[in-house]
Design a binder for this molecule. Structure first.
Ligand code: KG4
Ligand code: ZN
Length: 342
């Protein structure tokens, strides 16, 4: 086809991602993760992440080109996450993207990481419905967005006021002695537990909280409630039922996420809900969203787990959409902006 070939670079957290797309077709999605280097710290260490990006960048670009069966000079445009994210980590990707754009003489597109988590779904399910409601849940963010045109018309409706959903999964996993990152381990442990065995709190759902925070989230109270519950068990010398705690905690998180996302969709008159970010890989979140949305006539779109976690394909997907819509390229002096608004 004559659609442009776009290479996307993602380095906002601990994944060095390089993706290559043509239109909505994914040709390569190479990811190098430094997650194991952070595991013993129980969270991502910015300095370690930056250094790992630096080491992984060139090999990951080469691997993506090999997989796509292209030479770098075939690329028509370079896209890169310019924010939000860890400042030092973003800088590595932005510098690499500028070098490629200058060296190849091709346009550079700086993209927003959150919008890229939405755009990636086009690689799996085709053109995004306009408008759609996006629930983005990861280790760094938990947001509800109204998305018209993903390259420019994205409105935040709500966000977490403390911990991100993935952060809550990671912290609770740690309390339960499960490895980092904890989300997938909680998901697995929960499968053999009872989700109704412990009644954990649902943050910002009281009538009073809903007045000010209808579409916002809070997970730090839930995390504290789990910690208290586990401590009380241990103090009583009783074993901690890990599967039941995991299932009940997971149920509390998913219940609030799905409830607020569907409330936002209904109040905006939107009948498509898109879920993205690492926590979108959660099996209970997917099942609950499908079930409750179905009752309301709302369609749910969730990219496959590999596209939900941070990757370069999502950046290439959004870059490709910018090219397609004739958006102006970024200047070669674009900054990395750790708090870039969507
Ligand atoms: O999008 P992502 O790869 O990186 C960030 O931008 O943060 O998300 C990582 C987060 C981690 O907190 C991880 O525990 C969580 O996503 N996660 C999950 C699952 N898989 C990954 N949380 C719950 N259930 C899962 N299956
Ligand atoms: Zn992310």
């Amino acid at each position: 086809t004559d659609e442009p070939l776009v290479l996307g670079i993602e380095t906002s957290c601990d994944e060095t991602g390089v993706g290559i797309v043509r239109g909505h077709t994914l040709l390569a999605d190479a990811v190098a993760s430094s997650v194991e280097e952070h595991a013993r710290f129980g969270g991502v260490v910015p300095e370690v992440a930056s250094r790992a990006h630096l080491e992984a960048m060139v090999p990951t670009v080469e691997r993506a080109c090999d997989t796509a069966g292209i030479a770098l000079r075939d690329v028509d445009a370079i896209a890169v996450t310019s924010g939000p994210g860890l400042a030092g980590a973003l800088l590595v990707g932005v510098a690499a993207a500028k070098a490629l754009a200058i060296g190849l003489g091709k346009p550079l597109y700086g993209v927003n990481h959150l919008a890229a988590h939405v755009a990636v779904d086009q690689l799996e399910h085709g053109a995004l419905p306009d408008p759609c409601l996006a629930l983005l849940v990861s280790g760094g963010h938990s947001s509800l967005l109204r998305v018209g045109d993903v390259t420019g018309d994205v409105t935040p409706l709500g966000a977490t006021i403390d911990d991100a959903a993935g952060e809550a999964f990671d912290k609770v996993a740690r309390l339960l002695g499960l490895p980092f990152p904890g989300g997938p381990h909680i998901d697995r442990a929960a499968a053999s537990g009872s989700s109704v065995s412990i009644d954990f709190p649902r943050g910002l759902t009281s009538r009073r909280d809903l007045e000010r925070h209808r579409f916002d989230f809070s997970f730090s109270g839930l995390k504290t409630a789990v910690a208290r519950w586990v401590e009380a068990r241990e103090a009583a010398g009783e074993p901690v039922p890990v599967a039941d705690v995991a299932a009940s905690f997971q149920e509390a998180v998913c219940d609030v996420l799905v409830r607020k996302a569907l409330d936002a969709a209904a109040s905006e008159g939107i009948d498509h809900l898109l879920i993205g970010g690492g926590v979108a890989a959660n099996s209970r979140l997917r099942a609950m969203a499908e079930q409750r949305a179905g009752d309301l006539g709302i369609r749910v779109r969730v990219p496959r787990p590999g596209l939900c976690t941070d990757n370069g394909a999502m950046v290439a997907a959004l870059g490709s959409e910018m090219v397609r819509r004739g958006r102006p390229a970024s200047g070669l002096d674009i900054p990395a902006d750790s708090s870039l608004p969507v």
